[in-house]
Design a protein around this ligand. Structure first.
Ligand code: NAD
Length: 491
């Protein structure tokens, strides 16, 4: 094992070893440790939140004029860009994603800070129509200490998506990254410090979700939790939030349908379907994991997708040409294998994949081949439950009515894809499918200026978009009396 120094965590601006158990972050492509650290302890949580509250009240961050605070966030964006390659390589090691993907995530994190700096600088409070001798205004205030709890599948982008608007809004932020991917949040905290965010305003507390995440969520000084992760955890957080009367945003799981109509441009659709499910090794909340294809083109289309899936370059995440890296952990791969076995026991046929790739290059890492199953209905467990891996279930459909009924038959409603050259049909289906995001003739494209979130078990609330900053602010109405006379009461 390489000689790795223990990494400090960030307790309200103080860099020190966590008070919890020691653990390692492993490189999923080889299983080798790439970082050692001690998790935060419950005492660290208590101290970080208490000091964050003091920093919120006394550091001047919340009161800073918008253009001044925005300038700090612009510096954060610039520093991320300056260190982009180093950050992308670290994230590749922490999470095992191909380098081409981690570079894109780092660029997106910089763009997110830039966007919310602009949103802050151009944010306008409103004067509302008056109904009496007073001027009425609607203004926004920061909340205090807020928490960001993130999963392991897209670090840096997930953290930036919460940290940037929460800081822009003037809050202090406690970040709880996933246990297995702590590095990017720690790097972001360093960058925030260098950019001029006052000490205490950012904390990063790695550790077990059920202990550290739970304690942060329950803490009375935490005024909002922005959570991205699994639906079961999200519901647990929602219960705690209800007890505290605390607002939450929950970005949860998905089982997104992709619909390919007879008149689709098949070259585009094949590429889009592959990218939609197999990029990020399928470890993506918006993965297009249920494929519905018009029966008339079903055989041709699925044959093309299966051939292309076989040719995807699975392997070394450091190689610029790699399209699919390993899965996050050995345990997660075992879970995916159990799902594929379940699919087969439910009557499914493996069209391609369904095995670990062979060869010395794959021996130590947690690799799995792109997998397509057929012969299942939309009600099979493997078609209904989120697998969070490179597993696609393909099904034919006969009518638009049946298609929409099946696409919407899911507890999840995060995203959907429609492939058709007929814009009227695409419009109709795009409006009829229940999902937070619908891609028409494209898939898995993202813009920070467009709100993102899910319906039903896929979550509550929206991130991104100019309004994203308001998630981290309380709204206040102000009445300014203009009457020359007293209220006719004391006469
Ligand atoms: P997870 O729910 O296990 O963990 C997410 C985060 O919550 C981690 O930091 C974890 O430590 C923490 N956590 C766990 N238990 C907690 C508790 N009791 N209290 C507070 N925090 C707790 O999810 P995961 O396995 O890390 O990520 C995969 C899941 O995330 C998938 O379901 C995926 O669909 C979802 N996801 C959703 C989106 C989205 O934007 N909708 C994006 C990415 C991932």
């Amino acid at each position: 094992m390489p000689n790795l120094e223990l990494l400090p965590i960030n307790v309200a601006g103080e860099w020190r070893l966590g008070g919890g158990d020691e653990y390692q972050s492993l490189y999923p492509a080889t299983g080798e440790p790439i970082a050692r650290l001690r998790a935060a302890s419950l005492a660290d949580v208590e101290e970080a939140i208490a000091r964050a509250d003091v920093a919120f009240r006394t550091s001047g961050w919340a009161q800073m004029l918008p253009h001044v605070r925005a300038a700090v966030l612009h510096r954060v964006a610039a520093l991320i860009r300056e260190r982009a390659e180093d950050l992308a390589q670290k994230q590749r090691l922490d999470n095992g994603k191909p380098i081409s993907e981690t570079r894109a995530l780092v660029a997106s994190a910089a763009g997110t800070f830039q966007f919310f700096a602009a949103a802050l600088e151009t944010l306008e409070d409103t004067i509302t129509p008056s109904r009496g001798p007073y001027v009425t205004m609607s203004v926004h205030e920061p909340m205090g200490v807020v928490a960001a709890i993130t999963p392991w599948n897209s670090p840096i982008a997930s953290e930036a998506q919460k940290l940037a608007p929460a800081l822009a809004a003037g809050n202090a932020v406690v970040v709880k990254p996933a246990e297995v991917t702590p590095l990017m949040a720690l790097e972001l905290a360093k960058i925030c410090e260098e950019a001029g965010v006052p000490k205490g305003i950012v904390s990063v507390l790695p550790g077990k979700g059920s202990v550290i995440g739970d304690a942060i969520t329950k803490h009375p000084l935490v005024k909002r939790v922005s959570f991205t992760g699994g639906t079961t955890t999200g519901k647990h957080i929602a219960h705690i939030a209800a007890d505290k009367m605390m607002p939450v945003s929950l970005e949860l799981g998905g089982k997104s349908p992709t619909m390919v109509l007879e008149d689709a441009d098949l070259d585009h659709a094949v590429a889009g379907v592959l990218y939609g499910i197999f990029s990020s090794s399928g470890e993506s909340c918006i993965a297009g994991s249920r494929l519905f294809v018009a029966r008339g083109i079903y055989d041709e289309f699925v044959t093309r997708v299966a051939e292309a899936a076989k040719n995807l370059r699975v392997g070394d995440p450091a190689d610029e040409r790699t399209q699919m890296g390993p899965l996050i952990t050995a345990k997660h791969r075992e879970g995916i294998e159990r799902y594929v076995d379940l699919g087969v026991s439910e009557g499914g046929r493996i069209r391609t994949g369904g095995v670990r790739p062979q060869g010395a290059a794959f021996d130590k890492g947690y690799f799995y081949t792109p997998t397509i199953l057929e012969g299942l209905t939309n009600s099979a467990r493997i078609t209904q439950e989120e697998i969070f891996g490179p597993v696609l279930v393909a099904m034919p459909f006969d009518s638009e009515e049946e298609l929409i009924a099946q696409a919407n038959d899911s507890v999840y409603a995060l995203a959907a894809g429609v492939w058709s050259r007929d814009f009227k049909r695409a419009w109709r289906l795009g409006r009829a499918v229940q999902a937070g995001t619908v891609w028409v003739n494209t898939y898995k494209q993202f813009s920070v200026s467009t709100p993102f979130g899910g319906w039903r078990d896929s979550g509550l609330g929206r991130e991104k978009g100019r309004e994203g900053i308001f998630q981290y602010m309380e709204q206040k109405s102000m009445y300014w009396g203009t009457n020359e006379q007293p209220i006719p009461w004391a006469k």
